[in-house]
Design a protein. Structure first.
Length: 140
């Protein structure tokens, strides 16, 4: 436990010293952490951003995305749901929540979210489906 805490503290400070930054700055640093595959640091920074401004749908979405990358499916669903509550036009949040629901075995709920994403952004959703098909073809 202590080792994990030290890793988390080191991870956060390696991305940025964030005590005096705005919520938007913290989110920007969280994205930088994600780009460096520092998903724990990105979650910590996204959480801090949410604490400063809980109405930022992109902070909720970004934290959900990093939770998904770490395999926290329930956390992904909870955070994408909050992002969607704040902005019902966030197609990426519907898509991410649908993927999490698929991993959880909730296919009908996933289809519902994919359909909502399609209504919000038909082109983006189509591109996402095309990438899933290509990934499936390459993996088999």
């Amino acid at each position: 436990m202590v080792k994990l805490m030290l890793i988390c503290i080191f991870t956060i400070t390696s991305c940025v010293i964030w005590c005096q930054n705005s919520a938007k700055d913290l989110l920007k640093y969280a994205v930088e952490c994600t780009d460096k595959a520092d998903y724990i640091g990105a979650i910590a920074l996204s959480t801090r951003s949410i604490m400063l401004d809980p109405m930022q749908e992109f902070a909720w979405y970004h934290r959900a995305y990093n939770k998904f990358l770490l395999g926290d499916i329930q956390g992904t669903i909870e955070d994408t749901t909050k992002a969607i509550e704040l902005n019902g036009n966030l197609a990426d949040a519907y898509i991410l929540r649908a993927e999490a629901k698929l991993k959880k075995g909730e296919r009908f709920k996933a289809v519902s979210d994919f359909n909502k994403a399609r209504r919000v952004d038909g082109t983006g959703t189509l591109v996402h489906f095309a990438s899933l098909i290509i990934k499936a073809m390459v993996s088999s």
